[in-house]
Design a protein around this ligand. Sequence first.
Ligand SMILES: Cc1ncc(COP(=O)(O)O)c(C=O)c1O
Length: 284
Amino acid sequence: MVEIVYLNGSFIPYSEALVPFEDRGMLFADGIYEVVRAYDGRLFALEGHLQRLVASAQEIQLEIPPAAELQEALLGVMERSGLRDTSIYLQVTRGFAGPRSHGVPQGIRPTVFAAARPVPRPDPRHVAEGARAVTVVDNRWHMCHVKSIGLLLNNLAKQAALDVGAQESLFVREGVVTEGAATNTFAVFGGELWTHPEGPLVLSGITRQIVIELAQAEGIAVREEPYLASRMYGAQEVFVTSTNLEVLPIQSVDGRSIGAGVPGPVTRRLQAAFTRRTAALATV
Ligand SMILES: Cc1ncc(COP(=O)(O)O)c(C=O)c1O
């Protein structure tokens, strides 16, 4: 089957989705993106994703198409893909402005691309028994709340985990755990759920916010406060969250077992609550 993607207002075969080589996304990683999950044909947390895209665009002074148009793109690629459970990639770059030049051009048309892909599901063993994580130094810029397509340091961090047989890297900035290479990070201390506060050092994850709300509804105290990596090794539980991974337990960090080395009760409850939330969406 020919894959149909969205490019600048049209639904076209992937092989025809071409942009000029000197698109500013290519030259400068001058663009932003979202990954939106659909469960049984329904877009999950769409409003949050679109709001975050708008916020990212404002931060980098990028004019993006109206939300209704972006929503059409997301729905359009999903419907044309035939996938009901899908992970939809949406990217907006500043577009093509002629030969490479650093200044930020005005009045050019952004390049908008969307594609619906099979969900890159985590290994079921890791969901059930916990994944392994390592820590890496967080050398990223101080605008991590912008969902920039400039992900080189995130990619190198992820690879550092894969190189040692782990699944995710946890960034540590000045001793503090900020977030994962492509996830937000949570730890349980004394029955309370801790995660780094929102701000320029982390992406405001959509899943992070939903998990915080689910935890509060479950009567679990939530502390949006920084915590040290040295403290994390002694946490009762650690897990990471993202649109694609949902709630993924972490059984060890840097080879040191977290808690009993198996997913703990808070993680389990939140995994179950998250699954209920996505299932409820499908029956709305
Ligand atoms: C650096 C980073 N933090 C956190 C997340 C999780 O965000 P969300 O839950 O919105 O997918 C991602 C997802 O791609 C990410 O790349």
